[in-house]
Design a binder for this molecule. Structure first.
Ligand code: SF4
Ligand code: SF4
Length: 92
């Protein structure tokens, strides 16, 4: 499933905007055990890629997760905002 997504993402990475610049794509990894459910990342994400989670981690917080239907542009605002360094951002 992820391999299929990579192939699709690679296609988008090569798209260019009207100025000829590449349109960036990315993905994130969330360390669910570090998340404290503050939802700052949800509010800052311009693409609504991060959503509230339902499963509790060992600390008793419901870690956020990603909405696979929404795209990540690799802007890293979520990782910059997260006070618990629970998000890693990767650009493709
Ligand atoms: S890197 Fe940007 S677009 Fe991707 S999940 Fe984080 S805030 Fe949203
Ligand atoms: S900003 Fe960090 S700690 Fe807060 S909900 Fe998002 S991932 Fe969890």
């Amino acid at each position: 499933m992820r391999n299929k997504a990579f192939a699709s993402d690679t296609f988008y990475f090569r798209k260019q905007d009207c100025f000829g610049d590449l349109i960036l794509k990315g993905f994130i990894k969330i360390n669910k055990e570090l998340c404290k459910e503050c939802h700052l990342c949800i509010h800052v994400c311009p693409n609504s890629h991060i959503i509230p989670g339902k499963e509790y981690n060992a600390q008793g917080y419901r870690s956020v997760c990603v909405d696979e239907k929404k795209e990540c542009n690799g802007c890293a605002l979520c990782a910059t905002m997260c006070p618990d360094i629970a998000i890693e951002v990767y650009r493709e």
